[in-house]
Design a protein around this ligand. Structure first.
Ligand SMILES: *Cc1c(COP(=O)(O)O)cnc(C)c1O
Length: 386
């Protein structure tokens, strides 16, 4: 186990790299082999034997025709995802409103490739998902980050100012937000869609939507409908990586107006979703209830974690996701290291002084609590630097 980082190839002078990529570190939360991994918001529960069997049988069937390219339009998968979204959010979603790719990261890169580009600008509001500026850079799109309020709620005045000034063609906003866990109210999303208008798309990244608390709505409810309601420039992205417990399969998707989905076909690579991926995702959808069966438990564990952190006198951001941002520490790196020394890996992310912990099993959260209790008692790591 090592936390040292090696020099990246981008620093080698002979590499004919784009100027703006020189010296840039590749994305990477440390992948360390420690007993308690609470750093990348995965679902801690591995698929059951029944799910594994169905995935394996489905992949075996797909393997018999691997000499052929897969269905480029992943028709059956789109139908399955549309039906799932309909059930999950209580809205009608047509398969023509669904698009998918290898993780929602690829979905969002495609959105930037189609709707960003040279001379155009993407915006978000910090603290926000650290990958967004990288998609913008890779799609040669300008990047502007506004601020949220101190309590991480959305600052609509700031948004109005930024949209007027930069006329963004892409707005990227996670809801619930990563790393803070804060969900966006409907009126904020609606106002943003109106402000941006047909100059751009408003992408609400609902990677953690299934973990939202009762009463927190999904942006899916605001999509344009046949009777002229809703917003045609709204895009809602989802993923099977988090609540669905399928991070290893790499399947992300979105719901939007059919015209927007159609536009993405221009920039996607040919046959970008492999037959193996499609078969795996379809098998997982057949077991959706079981795979999502632990969401309730994880939500309860999250609420317990928030309450416990508050009892320790820490600041805690209210969370609709499967992680909690807490602080503030004068030396967060030292706290992170102390936990790691106890075999608990969490994440240094968010504004200075804060740390993020993903919600694991009850036993993993017990290990986290005892490691943090130890760290807080230690003279060099105690004390909030607020
Ligand atoms: C984890 C996460 C995703 C999911 O990425 P995948 O590529 O689908 O695994 C998307 N957005 C946010 C904000 C995330 O935290």
């Amino acid at each position: 186990m090592s936390t040292s980082t090696q020099p990246t190839s981008t620093e080698r002078s002979w590499v004919p790299l784009r100027e703006e990529l020189r010296g840039v570190e590749p994305y990477g939360a440390p992948q360390l082999d420690v007993p308690v991994q609470l750093n990348v918001n995965e679902n801690p529960y591995a698929p059951s034997a029944a799910v594994v069997e169905d995935v394996a049988a489905s992949v075996a069937r797909a393997a018999t025709t691997l000499n052929r390219y897969p269905d480029r339009e992943f028709t059956e998968l789109r139908e399955g995802l549309a039906a799932y979204l309909g059930r999950e959010a209580g809205v009608v979603v047509d398969p023509a409103q669904v698009w998918a790719a290898n993780g929602s990261n690829e979905v969002m890169l495609q959105l930037l490739q189609a709707f960003g580009g040279p001379g155009r600008t993407a915006i978000s509001f910090a603290p926000t998902y650290s990958m967004y500026p990288e998609y913008a850079r890779d799609a040669m799109t300008g990047w502007v980050a506004g601020r949220r309020h101190e309590d991480f709620s959305f600052d609509l005045d700031e948004a109005r100012r930024l949209v007027r000034e930069h006329r963004p063609s892409v707005v990227l906003l996670p809801s619930p937000n990563n790393p803070t866990g804060t969900a966006l109210p409907h009126d904020v999303i609606g106002t943003l869609c109106e402000l941006v208008g047909d100059d751009g798309v408003v992408v609400i990244d609902e990677a953690y939507a299934e973990f939202r608390r009762a009463g927190t709505p999904s942006a899916l409810e605001l999509l344009a409908t046949a009777d002229g309601q809703g917003h045609r420039n709204l895009v809602v992205t989802r993923t099977m990586s988090k609540a669905f417990a399928l991070a290893g399969a790499r399947l992300g998707y979105l719901a939007a107006a059919p015209e927007l989905c159609d536009a993405l076909r221009v920039v996607r690579l040919p046959y970008h979703l492999s037959a193996v991926t499609q078969a795996t995702a379809l098998a997982a959808l057949r077991h959706a209830d079981e795979l999502l069966g632990k969401v309730e438990e994880l939500r309860a564990e999250r609420d317990r974690t928030v309450a416990w952190l508050e009892e320790q006198g820490l600041e805690v951001a209210p969370s609709d996701a499967n992680f909690v941002l807490f602080g503030r520490f004068a030396d967060r790196q030292a706290v992170w290291q102390r936990l790691l020394d106890d075999g608990v890996l969490i994440r240094v992310t968010g504004p200075e002084g804060w740390l993020r912990v993903s919600i694991g099993t009850a036993a993993e959260m017990q290990a986290f609590r005892s490691a943090l209790t130890g760290a807080l008692a230690h003279p060099t790591t105690e004390g909030a630097g607020r």
